[in-house]
Design a protein around this ligand. Sequence first.
Ligand code: S3P
Length: 199
Amino acid sequence: MPDAGTDVRATHVVLVGLMGSGKTTVGKKVAKLTGHRFVDADVEIEARTGRSVASWFEDGEAAFRGAEADLLEVLLASPEALVVGAGGGVVVTESNRRRLQEHDVTTVYLHGTPEFLASRVQAKAHRPLLGDDPLAVMAQMYEQRDRWYREVADAVVEVRPHHEAGEKPKWRIAEQVVAELVALHVVDPAAVTSPEVLR
Ligand code: S3P
């Protein structure tokens, strides 16, 4: 968690939330707006280990969670402040929850109800847990994880209102995330690129 002072102090920014909440698309936009590098945790696990997320899950969820925790540690040790799109289950591992609450990390929870997210989430190769009943899976995950996401979060952003507000919802969400980061003094408002330039 960042300091409450007025000086801007760049930290890593980690987006957390259930599958389908928009961590990757929103994270890329937050990175563009703030001039930082974006890293998608699932893509990075695959690149660094040479194994797909699905292949890790074939060895059991614990194997994947171990690789996920190792990666989080490596990413957050980077001297360069990163914007990280975490995998939805990053909070399942207790040591990750502790790490996400440390001083050099600002964590933003992209919140949506399981009903809303299940209606939007796409089955993809890196989401073997989704199965054939996404609503049931998401409801169970929400039940377990919502309190953990809130425990680690410095800010919570509701995604649904932005989807209902009109065009370019992911840009709207990214802009709200950046506004939260400015309010938390981890992003200098003078250094934020206008979204109109990027959209
Ligand atoms: C998972 C979410 C996925 C991926 C893996 C496990 C989860 O990431 O890490 O399939 O447990 O919620 P996304 O949230 O980026 O889809």
